[in-house]
Design a protein around this ligand. Sequence first.
Ligand SMILES: Cc1cc2nc3c(=O)[nH]c(=O)nc-3n(C[C@H](O)[C@H](O)[C@H](O)COP(=O)(O)OP(=O)(O)OC[C@H]3O[C@@H](n4cnc5c(N)ncnc54)[C@H](O)[C@@H]3O)c2cc1C
Length: 392
Amino acid sequence: MSVTYDVVIIGAGIHGAGAAQVAAAAGYSVLVLEQFDKVAQGTSSRSSKLIHGGLRYLESGEFRLVHECLRERAMLLRNAPDLVELVPFYIPVYKQTSRRPWKIALGLSIYSLFSFKPFHRIAKIHWHQMDGLKTQDLDTVFGYYDARTDDARLTRCVLESARSLGAEVITSATMAQASVTPNGVEVSYNKDNESVSVKAGVLVNAAGAWVNRVLNRIKDSNGLGLQTANIDLVQGTHIVVPGEINHPYYLEAPQDGRAVFVTPWKDHIMIGTTENVYSGDPAKVCPLEKEIHYLLYIYNHYFDSNLVHKDIIESFAGLRVLPGGEGATFKRSRDTHLLQDNASRPRVISIVGGKLTSYRATAEKLLRPVRKTLKARRPIADTRTLKLPVVD
Ligand SMILES: Cc1cc2nc3c(=O)[nH]c(=O)nc-3n(C[C@H](O)[C@H](O)[C@H](O)COP(=O)(O)OP(=O)(O)OC[C@H]3O[C@@H](n4cnc5c(N)ncnc54)[C@H](O)[C@@H]3O)c2cc1C
């Protein structure tokens, strides 16, 4: 006989971990299935590792998203002080920079208002202390506050928190197929060359870039396939190079005006990221040669450095899940959507898109449709104030 859970979650990235923590805190029985042998092997280990509001989303009018992310940042700084660190970031503005100082100051004013952390201008006498940043044609340098983390470790800690609230997590367990029935969802997964079946009151698809691949494996109560999400997968590459810098820098790519971060990462320097539409197997995404050259060019352009390809210590690529469509990917919404198989009594809820920073807020939103289907239980914790356990 198969075991029954209130909520079965596919994927142990940050969204699966967050959904498990929030659902377990609400008193539900929870099972998380992860296809890889370790958790956080997908995009949640390949991000820019920032816990941030996303200053540049103000440019595209995503005020609600920025506000929500900054609220979550404040919570994480309180609940996970060993994992999330608030640090000063610098924005150098040159005569050639397309975003002029007044525009950046306006954005930073709104950001400061949302986060209660002021920004400032760095006096010219300090510019020579800025990690070899070139000062020719430098007009202004802004300083503001944002936070950094280790994304994979944060995911492991959130999952550990979910476990401590009773959630079960099974790795090397690939969800193979599922079918919606009048009483729930029959889910089967492969583990050690065997097929195992479980029942779920609600199935949460937190498979990130695999979201549509998982949806394609689910049948509704009439035996028909479920609607998939209209998305594009957009690859983002980072490179890690030797050297040490004291602060993260927020730069405008001279090639196309995109935002690129240069941040300290484990005694080295991490530079990222790029945006290229990807259509292959999400498990096989890897940095493209042209992306590596693009990032090296930006670093050498802004810093007193002459790095070449062979200097690179590490490079990795992750996949953003963005709304499908035409036009520049960096102008598309970074908001998260919940796709439900049924609006009044959902049995399958898919998390589409999203940010590392807002994982908890997304999980809380997920709970609303879950409660349309499942009876409320007695909550056992409040994730807004719950301290995260620290694991390696
Ligand atoms: C380049 C890049 C930089 C980013 N930088 C930032 C940043 O600095 N700050 C920020 O807030 N956000 C950032 N983001 C966004 C953030 O990283 C992602 O939104 C987040 O990590 C996605 O997490 P996820 O859990 O949805 O997906 P994933 O982490 O990919 O997890 C999905 C999991 O589902 C599993 N899975 C898939 N199919 C199955 C199956 N059939 N059975 C079992 N398991 C399955 C996968 O193995 C995987 O572990 C960035 C994204 C990218 C691409």
